[in-house]
Ligand binder design. Sequence first.
Ligand code: PMP
Length: 290
Amino acid sequence: MGLKVYLNGKLVDSSQAQVSIYDHGLLYGDGVFEGIRSYDGLIFQLAEHVDRLYESAHTIMLKIPLSQKEMARAVVDTLRANRLKNAYIRLVVTRGVGDLGLDPRKCDKPTVFIITDKIVLYPERIYKEGLAIVTVPTPRNLPEALNPQIKSLNYLNNILAKIEAINAGAEEALMLSAHGYVAECTGENLFIVRHGTLLTPPAHAGILKGITRGCVIQLAVKAKIPAREEMLTRHDLYNAQECFLTGTAAEIAPVVQIDGRRIGAGSPGPVTLKLMGDFKKLTKTAGVKY
Ligand code: PMP
């Protein structure tokens, strides 16, 4: 028996979980999703992730056929069915089955599924030694055209950037805004430390305001590390003392090289290590028990 997944109100074996080829999530990327983690039987930032899912859905006028409470309950039920204590949880809501046109009115029932599994984004050594990243040619989507706060199933902008990074021999891509400012990586937000201050691009740089990003800013405030949002250039990054990425899947990943320039001492710096430690503690103490 494989993993159980939640699909449209039922827990089914993952090998039996099927979605139609007429589903607009598949045909057009018309849908929204979330990635959540659980640590030692605690779901980290569950309410924040569920809120963001419903906000994304509201913006694209997709009515999720469950209340937020029912959705949170479905996450707990799926985790329990798989007896997973440390999991990566993927929540997906698509427009549902329609015809071959775009018209969402033809889709009368959204498809909802929840996968609880594992994820390993980068090899373990990355967290000790740090990542080398490269700026890629594909800019982040124009936020005026497609607001990055909508966590939609359309990730080609980020996938193209990932391909470009891989082609250049790097694990991760630094994506710039169309104006050439630092935006984010393919599924992570970016921070630098400059003379003891933590800096990260603001939302209007065209980024997703990550939940991990928010946690890290709060942890910095608690640790009395000055933190603020600022538009950043590649020059700012190259000359930073430290750099790291944040995301649900990646957690906190140190960056030690950008476009061939060594960052700081070329190894994870003290502020990064402090925040990694504090973040780990937070994940083990805060969360929804299941
Ligand atoms: N940026 C993008 C484009 C992402 O897809 C993600 C992952 N959801 C993030 C940043 C990090 O967000 P979070 O910390 O909420 O996982």
